[in-house]
Design a protein around this ligand. Structure first.
Ligand SMILES: Cc1cc2nc3c(=O)[nH]c(=O)nc-3n(C[C@H](O)[C@H](O)[C@H](O)COP(=O)(O)OP(=O)(O)OC[C@H]3O[C@@H](n4cnc5c(N)ncnc54)[C@H](O)[C@@H]3O)c2cc1C
Length: 529
């Protein structure tokens, strides 16, 4: 039954796909404990743990916990709007991480909107123009649909630490940003309202800082999110990371996705002579790096499946060592609106990193929040502000849920499976994307964040399924093939509908029907300094 329903829905949505897709027009070290060029004296109310209270000048408007992608970008953005921002970051030195190294063009557009596009300059960032997809020795070339954008718009591959340092540097030059090294240990709550944070300074002193709004951006391992949301974290796999040197990718300036067994392998440039490789390893347990099990796995299971042009540098990278890994987490946004506080970035919402959508979602969220806060000069009425900011959760949905759903669904489709119906879906997906025209530009415009629209996503997803059924049943359908087709549709529904349910059907497809969407800003009094 669900298969038949999905089939009809697919036909209806196909119509949308083809008629609804209209055109639309290093690093210097950041000063630790820095207060920008001008000595900064607006740290709000500071209080030591032993009870001593020290006021060091004006109040802070916003405390930001964490200066990663979300926190650093948010600090620059709010400070440019005149807010006095206190950023507390655990480690201000440049990090060497395997995450957040491919910024989709949609994320670059958000950087432009936030006036932060210069942060991808002078870091040896590589332009990314699309993807090459490999399966069973065949390849498909998928370009980003960039023709309607200015020439600088493209994806970017870079070292995540360099990008973040550029944003931190930029924040530190703003006179109303206080960027401090410290580890936030808890939120200060009074009668259900978050008033600020307790943190340990670099010297180990326990200090409290207060502000009308605290934005928690402490990343995927967030310790602070528990009181601000209902976290439901899933870890379907890990990414094992290597850096390849002297590697000429078959398609220069492109991401490469290998539909391998058991799951996908990614390659993309992150510097003029460096290619990041991420190998997805399903399940909770990884082969041990220390015992050599991991190197053995990479050589015997993974290496035979990668394109031969990449093979020598892949083997060299394994032999060089430095094999890193990260859990691939997904967590739908499930906020628990709390006066005085807000979650952003991975602390708030995560998706499988296969499609490299995390930074794009975080930056898109910052644009939404900035536009909302611009209408509220005075943040001091925490309850009213909290009510108003409930609209944030709905306004962000169309973009965030499209990128999240695509990541989750594509990961499942791209994994190998012994189930013949899943195998048909995977083959159909590869062949559909290889057709070119709307069949490749549509899905790529979703993945790149250039046109992240939920209906376009669902329509392409079911177009793939219908394409798969069509191939099975034409020219002469046999009962066995028709049964496989029905299972394919039912399997496709079983992949996408649970993800959509977690994202929230109403918020995703009909956001304007959610009352919070229309919230007006609280009545304003003059800002209290
Ligand atoms: C393997 C992997 C690969 C990925 N690849 C991509 C990709 O190619 N493209 C993409 O767009 N996304 C990618 N992502 C997702 C992306 O990395 C995240 O979405 C993004 O980094 C989220 O930014 P954030 O600011 O929330 O977190 P982070 O960038 O992790 O920043 C969190 C910051 O908070 C600080 N912090 C933590 N706790 C505290 C504390 N208690 N007190 C003070 N500071 C604290 C940390 O030091 C850190 O600086 C990937 C994710 C994974 C797991």
């Amino acid at each position: 039954m669900s298969g038949v329903l999905a089939f009809l829905l697919g036909l209806f949505l196909l119509h949308f796909t083809f008629f609804g897709n209209k055109k639309r027009p290093l690093t210097k070290k950041v000063r630790e404990d820095s207060y920008s060029k001008v000595p900064f004296v607006r740290g709000g109310v500071l209080e030591t743990a032993n009870g001593g209270v020290g006021r060091d000048g004006d109040a802070t408007d916003v405390i930001i916990v964490g200066a990663g992608v979300a926190g650093a970008a948010l600090a620059c953005t709010l400070a440019k709007d005149g807010r006095r921002v206190h950023v507390i970051e655990r480690d201000l030195s440049e990090q060497d991480r395997i995450v957040g190294e491919l910024l989709q063009p949609g994320g670059y557009l958000k950087l432009l909107e936030l006036d932060l596009a210069d942060c991808v300059q002078e870091i040896d960032a590589q332009r990314i123009l699309g993807y090459a997809l490999y399966k069973d020795g065949k390849s498909a070339h998928l370009s980003y649909p960039l023709q309607n954008f200015t020439s600088d718009v493209a994806g970017r591959g870079f070292h995540n630490g360099r990008f973040i340092q550029r944003m931190r540097e930029k924040a530190a030059t703003l006179s109303n940003v206080r960027l401090e090294q410290g580890t936030v240990t808890s939120l200060i709550e009074e009668k259900g309202t978050v008033k600020g944070v307790t943190y340990k300074t670099k010297t180990g002193e326990e200090v409290r800082a207060y502000a009308p709004l605290t934005v928690v951006c402490d990343g995927c391992f967030s310790n602070l999110r528990r009181s601000l949301c209902h976290p439901k974290v899933d870890i379907p796999s890990h990414f094992v990371g290597l850096v390849l040197e002297n590697c000429n990718l078959p398609f220069a300036n492109h991401g490469h996705v290998i539909l391998a067994d058991p799951s996908p392998i990614l390659f993309y440039p992150i510097g003029s002579d460096e290619v990041r490789c991420l190998v997805d390893v399903p399940g909770q347990k990884l082969p041990s790096v220390a015992s050599g099990e991991m190197a053995n796995y990479l050589k015997s299971i993974v290496a035979p499946q990668i394109p031969r042009e990449i093979y020598p540098s892949f083997i060299a990278a394994i032999e060089k060592g430095n094999i890193r890994s990260m859990p691939n987490r997904s967590m739908p946004a499930s906020p628990q609106p709390t006066p005085g506080a807000l979650l952003m970035g991975d602390a708030f919402n995560m998706r499988h990193p296969l499609t490299g959508g995390g930074m794009t979602v975080a930056l898109s969220d910052i644009v939404v929040l900035r536009d909302l806060l611009r209408r509220v000069p005075n943040l001091n009425d925490a309850a009213a502000l909290c009510k108003y900011l409930e609209s944030f959760y709905t306004l962000r949905k169309p973009v965030a849920s499209t990128i999240n759903t695509l990541a989750g669904a594509l990961y499942k489709v791209f994994c190998a499976s012994p189930d013949p119906a899943r195998k048909e879906m995977r083959d159909a997906c590869f062949d559909y994307l290889s057709l070119g025209g709307t069949c490749s530009s549509g899905p790529v415009s979703l993945l790149s964040g250039l046109n992240p629209r939920p209906l376009v996503l669902v329509s392409h997803f079911f177009a793939v399924a219908i394409y798969g059924v069509g191939r099975l049943c034409l020219p002469f359908p046999s009962p066995k093939r028709m049964w496989l087709g029905a299972r394919l549709i039912s399997g496709a529904s079983g992949i996408i509908f649970p993800i959509i349910k977690d994202e929230g059907v109403r918020q995703m497809f009909f956001p304007a029907t959610v009352p919070a969407y229309h919230r007006s800003p609280p009545p304003q009094t003059a800002r209290v300094n």
